[in-house]
Design a protein around this ligand. Structure first.
Ligand code: AMP
Ligand code: FES
Ligand code: ZN
Length: 327
């Protein structure tokens, strides 16, 4: 197979585009896809300060690399979630990358700053690990962006992630989650804008990008995610994609173009009902926000630096599986 652009031998084929690419043209293809997503969803401009949430995995490191190469003002944020050696290793990949690009990396250690880690915290709060983890991440991404005066938070969710979340939300017809499933969530009511610039790029493309760009990343998946529903949806979509390449993109972009506008009213109504949490100040529809409830149940404490007390929580219902893809 030859490179679609320059006709030298290809190093990767992207079946969805029915095209092969040499290394140089592939890197350009990835950056072009990212630029197209940024432009078509109006994610950010050259003056915006971007906080990239980096997990040490391929997607978020590739995202950070592409944003820096394209000249954006992008700092990294790494959260130490206290998931044993997995967290130790993923943190060192994020740090090594930041050092190699002379880029700024903000680090927040969950056990050190909030007194709980994901394994113990999720068990104590009787939440599935990925649910406690997703909830903690959402809160901390937003808070770190507000504290640092960033305009936008960018995460490494890719096409495969978004299609799998969409499948899960559709199987349950979860209109609230479907209404929030978009590559851009606007700022407002205490929320910083959140964007997913990799929506047009697949997992395999991001792994290839890292290999070509010589970016070391943590290859193992999070040990707590094993067997969760999200991975099942990903596998199911991979089988469909194998038989008819392009299905995942058609599923996701068909939804974004044609269905999302119809379900967004549900999400907008929810946003209207938000008020600041008395514990931490984050926007919430409940009396006390879900993050404060989790911290209280996990036996932790709010960030010492804020001086807030942890409020007494109302009982929460047990949540299972991965969260519905709120950023
Ligand atoms: P995941 O939910 O693990 O699939 O991760 C989705 C995205 O969330 C990643 O691409 C990152 O942008 C971000 N993320 C996940 N884990 C962390 C972490 N420990 N620190 C900072 N960002 C993270
Ligand atoms: Fe959050 Fe695995 S990274 S539970
Ligand atoms: Zn709170």
């Amino acid at each position: 197979m030859k490179c679609r652009v320059c006709r030298v031998p290809a190093v990767i084929d992207v079946r969805r585009h029915n095209a092969g690419f040499c290394a140089n043209c592939f890197v350009k293809h990835c950056r072009d896809q990212l630029a197209r997503a940024v432009e078509s969803y109006d994610m950010f401009g050259p003056e915006d300060r971007i906080l990239v949430a980096v997990s040490g995995g391929k997607d978020s490191l590739a995202l950070w690399d592409m944003l820096l190469s394209l000249g954006y003002r992008a700092d990294g944020l790494y959260l130490g979630l206290g998931i044993g050696t997995y967290s130790d290793e993923s943190g060192s990949y994020a740090r090594d990358f930041a050092r190699s690009r002379d880029a700024e990396l903000i680090e927040i250690d969950l056990p050190g700053r909030f007194g709980y880690d994901i394994p113990a915290g999720s068990a104590a709060a009787r939440r599935a690990p990925c649910s406690a983890c997703g909830l903690s991440k959402r809160h901390l991404f937003n808070q770190a962006a507000l504290d640092g005066g960033y305009d936008v938070v960018a995460t490494g969710h890719n096409l495969d992630d978004e299609a799998a979340v969409l499948l899960g939300n559709t199987l349950r017809w979860d209109l609230a989650y479907l209404g929030r499933q978009h590559p851009v969530l606007p700022a407002g009511n205490g929320f910083v804008r959140k964007v997913k610039p990799l929506v047009r790029l697949g997992e395999r493309e991001m792994a290839a990008y890292c290999v070509i760009q010589d970016i070391d990343y943590i290859v193992e998946e999070c040990p707590m995610a094993e067997g969760n529903r999200h991975l099942g949806y990903k596998n199911a979509l991979n089988e469909i994609e194998d038989r008819s390449p392009g299905s995942k993109a058609a599923f996701l972009f068909g939804f974004l173009d044609r269905m999302a506008p119809l379900v967004q009213a549900t999400a907008e109504a929810e946003r209207e009902a938000l008020h600041p949490c008395p514990g931490c100040g984050s926007p919430t529809v409940s009396e006390v926000c879900a993050f404060c409830k989790l911290v209280e149940r996990a036996g932790g404490h709010l960030d010492d630096r804020t001086g807030h007390e942890v409020p007494v929580a109302a009982p929460t219902t047990r949540s299972s599986g991965r969260d519905g893809g709120r950023l």
